[in-house]
Design a protein around this ligand. Structure first.
Ligand code: MGD
Ligand code: MGD
Ligand code: SF4
Ligand code: MO
Length: 746
């Protein structure tokens, strides 16, 4: 990776000190992590939490042994996110707490003998440096010029601090690198988003269509459990995936589509449903707007036409359309979650939304239910100052339908450009490893290089910490309180996270970091509470509970206020769209200058000798955050590269051989990756799990293990509708010898 003015600093071992290593074992039979160093406990205490290993946020119980050490984490029986069972990652989450590589105290970048190094600092010193810079930025450029990137629970408090300071620029990669196009497409169609957890009524469905959603590898817990329930009850699964995924192996139909052509299949399905009269006529008549326009729009998108694009035979397209129609309305064309693929993603997700409307599945049992959550008021505080500018001012009307701040948009306006008056000058990065998370690493590094201050709040010495001016060590989720988890679900449900143990080292919880920094910035009136217990108790009292109660029960369900889990058949319903109907033809997209009906666009295919880089999830890892977790590394230590046997033969590749990858922009991977020859991937693509190939040396278990998909994703196709970063238009080839490192930085 290219170094910049802001040299990547390798946090040295001596600075961090060492701690005794404890042996940890993961027991697959009981699903628990045991510490060899601990005696078997006789007396235990348990405290409630919700998991932070991924964003499904399952509620659980943390059990300690007699010595007060964490013994195990189990799922909470009453929680609909997990129904009493955590996934292997959640069970192994205790590895985050015990990791000896953790960040241990604040650090500040200083210049020593012409070299940049990190110096150990006290929290007060660190806050002084940050507040000093933030005050200077506010004075010279305005507070809007500081942005917060955040993913995870602590973001709530830091977000409050940033809004009090005067900036609206709070962004998460879960929008423009993940589910943004889906939310925008469903808003345009139904006037509501899909939300998280997804409102899919999988447990009662009779047909589940998965378009790239690799449930089973994507381990979002409740969803995976409901899928297996549905299969047991005889539901048909249709999986559309160029790779024979775990879900494909459970499916009645596997459609190994040519990558990047899904929109052709979706349009052909609409063509068949409409022309054969297999759609839900009463529902379409009663609830939708624009059917006649849609009907004439899809006439040319026949199954025979789609065959040429997708390589899926016309008969299969018709048979699967019939399968869906037979199950209607208990059918789900799953909207997916990580949907930023090819740059026309909002349009593809609009097609998914329309198809569900034709099948009458929105608001119906076995389709999409209407979730409800309770309203928890904020702890009282003065009104926030009104920001005077937005980063969108500098983007000249681009991405006009984005409903959240776009992370790559913040990068864009951080990098100086001629004639631009607003540049972001400071970033606070909390719980997101932007180097692995944002595509186009060169653009990320250019933006970082232009900053006057980069503050990173993390638990681990991840890549992003190497570019920081100030590093603040947060304690892990097992050592802290956080905001109440307030989920939209079939019934409203809340969950408490409280510390099971005191923070290790000199690490601190996010809420405390936000409050202390707020005070040093002179914003104490926004933090008029003693500690988070006071905040949580006040909030819980407003909804008829208390901190004391939640400490005992962990999870609390509430009665629905309205009896509208599904649409009542005889009742009129006004959707939150311009026409009050489900918009097959989107008036909002038309108004904003985008195609009101999705139109097929072709995407480039790999040049000769190159293969499309396809990526996904390992069931036992989460992104880059678990690559150093010793419980999980024991199970899956590195990623491998799926290669079709035909391709392997052509290149003379052997199973288990290590190769480096080179992409269309001549960028090569830092580390080699192990070849896995398998029929389960099409010949035109290769596949790897995201999150490996760490270059940060202090990650003692993750450094140099496997390759980084992000490093190969230098070509980004930005979605004009909402700014999502299409990441699947990158092509790679194999290098059987280690490339010379000059090539790496070219
Ligand atoms: N190439 C590529 N890029 C992707 C994806 C992909 O598949 N491939 N997936 C995209 C998707 S869907 C998403 S949602 C995003 C996810 O993006 P991120 O959430 O940024 O993913 P991680 O790489 O896990 O980075 C999490 C960071 O949070 C730190 N962390 C963990 N726990 C805590 C904590 O309690 N407190 C604090 N302060 N820090 C903590 C970890 O050490 C790590 O540095 O990535 C997106 N980017
Ligand atoms: N274990 C585990 N589970 C997780 C996560 C994790 O890190 N670890 N992360 C969570 C998060 S935040 C997210 S967003 C989700 C992401 O998971 P999902 O939303 O389920 O999936 P994607 O990452 O979009 O897609 C991956 C699948 O798409 C297929 N694919 C690739 N190209 C194409 C194509 O052109 N067409 C079609 N039809 N399919 C294609 C791939 O072969 C792969 O099977 O997972 C969640 N669950
Ligand atoms: S799905 Fe697994 S990792 Fe995600 S929150 Fe639940 S237990 Fe934790
Ligand atoms: Mo995601």
């Amino acid at each position: 990776m290219k170094t910049t003015r802001r040299d990547f600093i390798k946090i040295s071992g001596t600075m961090l000190g060492t701690a005794a290593t404890m042996g940890v074992a993961f027991d697959w039979a009981t699903g628990s992590v045991t510490h060899e160093a601990f005696p078997i406990s006789t007396h235990t205490t348990r405290t409630p939490t919700y998991c932070e290993v991924c964003f499904w946020k399952c509620a659980g119980w943390v059990t300690k042994n007699d010595q007060g050490d964490i013994w195990k984490i189990e799922g909470h029986e009453a929680d609909p996110h997990c129904n009493g069972r955590l996934c292997p990652r959640g069970t192994g989450g205790v590895g985050m707490y015990y990791d000896n590589d953790r960040l241990k105290h604040p650090m500040i970048r200083v210049e020593e003998g012409g070299k940049q190094v990190f110096k150990k600092a006290s929290w007060d010193e660190a806050f002084e440096v940050i507040a000093g810079k933030m005050k200077a930025i506010a004075q010279e450029y305005g507070p809007e010029c500081v942005a917060l990137f955040t993913h995870g629970s602590g973001g709530k408090f830091l977000g409050h601090m940033l809004k009090a300071y005067g900036s609206p620029h709070i962004t998460a990669p879960s929008f423009a690198q993940c589910r943004g196009p889906r939310e925008v497409a469903f808003y345009a169609t139904y006037g509501e988003g899909v939300l998280s957890p997804e409102r899919t009524d999988i447990r009662d469905t009779r047909c589940l269509v998965l378009i790239g959603s690799h449930l089973g590898e994507n381990m979002h817990n409740g969803q995976v459990q409901e899928m297996s329930q549905a299969i047991d009850k005889g539901a048909a699964i249709i999986t559309v995936d160029p790779r024979f995924s775990t879900a494909a192996s459970k499916s009645k139909y596997w459609l190994p589509i040519k990558p990047a052509t899904d929109l052709a299949l979706l349009l052909a399905w609409m063509n068949v449903l409409i022309n054969e009269g297999w759609y839900d006529k009463a529902y379409v008549e009663k609830h939708t707007y624009g059917f006649e326009q849609l009907k004439s729009h899809v006439q040319s998108y026949t199954p025979e036409w789609a065959y040429g694009m997708t390589t899926i035979e016309p008969k299969i397209i018709r048979d699967t359309a019939k399968e869906m129609a037979n199950a209607s309305p208990a059918v789900i064309i799953h909207p997916g979650r990580h949907v930023t693929w090819y740059g026309d993603d909002t349009q593809r997700l609009r097609a998914v939304a329309i198809l569900n409307a034709l099948l009458g599945s929105w608001g119906r049992r076995g389709g999409f239910y209407n979730p409800e959550r309770i309203s928890i008021p904020d702890f009282p505080h003065p009104p926030y100052p009104t920001p005077k500018r937005s980063y969108l001012d500098a983007l000249e009307g681009k991405y006009s339908l984005a409903t959240e701040v776009i992370s790559n948009g913040i990068c864009e306006v951080t990098t100086p450009a001629p004639g631009r008056d607003c540049n972001i000058k400071g970033w606070i990065v909390n719980g997101t490893n932007l180097i692995h998370t944002l595509p186009d690493q060169k653009a990320t590094l250019e933006a970082i290089d232009a900053l006057e201050i980069l503050v990173v709040i993390d638990t681990m010495p991840m890549e992003i910490t190497g570019y920081a001016d100030v590093i603040l060590p947060e304690c892990t989720y097992l050592e802290r309180y956080d905001a109440i988890r307030n989920s939209p679900h079939r019934e409203p449900v809340i969950s408490l996270r409280m510390p099971a143990v005191a923070p290790k080292y000199d690490s601190k919880p996010g809420w405390w970091i936000a409050k202390q920094l707020g005070v040093v910035l002179g914003l104490e009136k926004y933090f008029a509470f003693r500690d988070i217990e006071e905040v949580l108790d006040w909030q819980l009292q407003q909804v008829g509970s208390s901190l004391e109660e939640m400490k005992k029960i962990g999870v609390k369900k509430f009665k629905r206020e309205y009896n509208d889990l599904y649409l009542a058949e005889e009742q009129e319903f006004e959707f939150n769209t311009n026409t009050g109907k489900i918009e097959l033809y989107s008036t909002e997209m038309a108004r904003a200058g985008f195609d009101p009906l999705p139109r097929y666009t072709e995407h480039e295919q790999p040049p000769a000798g190159y293969y499309r880089l396809n990526y996904g999830r390992s069931p036992v890892h989460t992104f880059s955050r678990t690559a150093n977790n010793e419980n999980l590394v024991d199970v899956v230590p590195e990623n491998d590269l799926w290669v079709n046997p035909k391709v392997a033969k052509q290149w003379g590749l052997e199973n288990g051989q290590y190769v480096w990858l080179k992409n269309q922009d001549n960028i090569t991977t830092d580390f080699p990756i192990k070849v896995r020859i398998t029929e389960r991937i099409r010949w035109d693509s290769v596949y790897m799990v995201h999150g490996f190939g760490h270059a940060a040396k202090k990650l003692s278990r993750a450094f140099g293990k496997g390759a980084s998909d992000t490093q190969m994703i230098s070509h980004v196709k930005t979605d004009p509708v909402m700014g999502g970063t299409g990441m699947r238009s990158n092509f790679v080839t194999f290098l059987q010898e280690e490339p010379s490192r000059e090539e790496v930085t070219s």
